[in-house]
Design a binder for this molecule. Structure first.
Ligand SMILES: [Zn+2]
Length: 355
């Protein structure tokens, strides 16, 4: 008899599939796995590198702080992590396909980093030196594109072919999937949904522009609004969580307060949700997707953010664009970046093999 680990309550088909998968490999009594890829997500503060098997099974996960001094240091760290994963018992020293997500604008066809706002990666050779060192198929892409790929292939948008995914955290990233494939623009630097200009003469943005969506709706905007709200509502739960000091408010406190029923915190998410809703309305009218997937740290607030956005879209978008349109929270949290990187690595390796 196959003894399966108990699935958590509320777990669905996916949990059973995962349990079966693990049980099968234990039965086979081996560490070696046939369908592995390496997915790496280089974030502004943390690098996550994983050995991924099947669609979304994380076999081994390594995390390190992102070096801040130079791009070369980041490439060195990534190389060390790839080496460590390839030497692991599951990989058995094989040359596995590698995918790397970077918070950067990338010329996808030449695989070069054109610009990075938060890390010293602009103009740094990433793909070339790593390919030289490991020899196997290796591909780099924008991190939000990879999150969109993970959600489309195996996540909240599984089965859909026209998907727009937003990653809302410190900034706002976007990934567009048209007819089942990522759309990057002619160079590969498109899909920057966070830098759609939505406010005339608005605040300065990190991209060099003004009035971008991200200046009004990313994490820093939430915290800024929350600090003002705490000053106005000193008796709120949010104010208590911050010890009564508006300057101490952090994003996670707003999420916690909203979940615990604080109306002030819920309204802060609703405000950003409505702004999000107007942006999604424009995107629905422009691109006619089947589904919007909202990911990133801010979506930990769940329906407090997504609900108001959905309401705006459903009441403001042109009616034919609303046919079967969904607005949902992402399935994968912090793992979306490296899972998508592993997925792209596998797809890229298959393409290379059939060239
Ligand atoms: Zn901008």
């Amino acid at each position: 008899m196959l003894l399966l680990p108990r699935t958590p309550s509320g777990g669905g088909i996916r949990d059973n599939r995962e349990a079966l998968y693990q049980a099968k490999h234990r039965m086979q009594g081996r560490n070696w796995m046939p369908d592995l890829a390496i997915g790496i997500d280089v974030g502004a503060t943390k690098v996550a590198a994983a050995l991924v098997s099947g669609p979304d099974h994380t076999v081994r996960l390594l995390t390190e702080r992102t070096p801040q001094r130079s791009g070369e240091e980041i490439v060195d760290l990534v190389a060390n992590l790839i080496g460590e994963l390839m030497r692991s018992p599951e990989a058995g020293g094989r040359r596995l396909p590698v995918g790397i997500g970077l918070p950067a604008q990338i010329d996808f066809s030449t695989q070069t980093v054109l610009r990075a706002t938060n890390l010293p990666l602009g103009g740094v050779a990433v793909a070339g030196p790593l390919r030289g060192r490991f020899g196997g198929p290796l591909v780099i892409d924008n991190d939000a594109n990879l999150a969109a790929l993970a959600e489309t292939r195996h996540g909240a948008a599984e089965g859909r072919r026209h998907v727009i995914c937003l990653t809302m955290g410190t900034g706002i990233g976007g990934g567009l999937v048209f007819d089942g494939e990522l759309y990057r623009g002619w160079l590969g630097v498109g899909a920057e949904v966070g830098h759609m200009v939505i406010e005339l003469e608005g605040a300065d943005c990190a991209c060099g522009g003004r009035g971008c969506f991200e200046t009004l709706a990313a994490g820093p905007a939430l915290v800024r609004n929350a600090r003002e709200a705490v000053a106005r509502h000193p008796d709120s739960l949010l104010a208590r969580l911050a010890g009564g000091d508006a300057g101490k408010v952090e994003g996670r406190m707003v999420t916690q307060a909203a979940r615990e029923g604080d109306r002030v915190a819920q309204e802060l998410f609703a405000h950003i949700g409505r702004i999000l809703g107007y942006v999604l309305t424009s995107l629905a009218n422009l691109l006619n997707p089947q589904i919007f997937v909202i990911g990133g740290g801010m979506v930990e607030a769940g329906e407090f953010l997504v609900g108001p956005a959905r309401e705006i879209v459903m009441s403001c978008a042109m009616e034919p664009a609303l046919i079967d349109l969904e607005v949902v929270a992402a399935r994968f949290g912090n793992s979306a970046g490296y899972l998508g990187a592993a997925t792209l690595a596998r797809e890229h390796a298959k393409e290379k093999a059939s060239d």
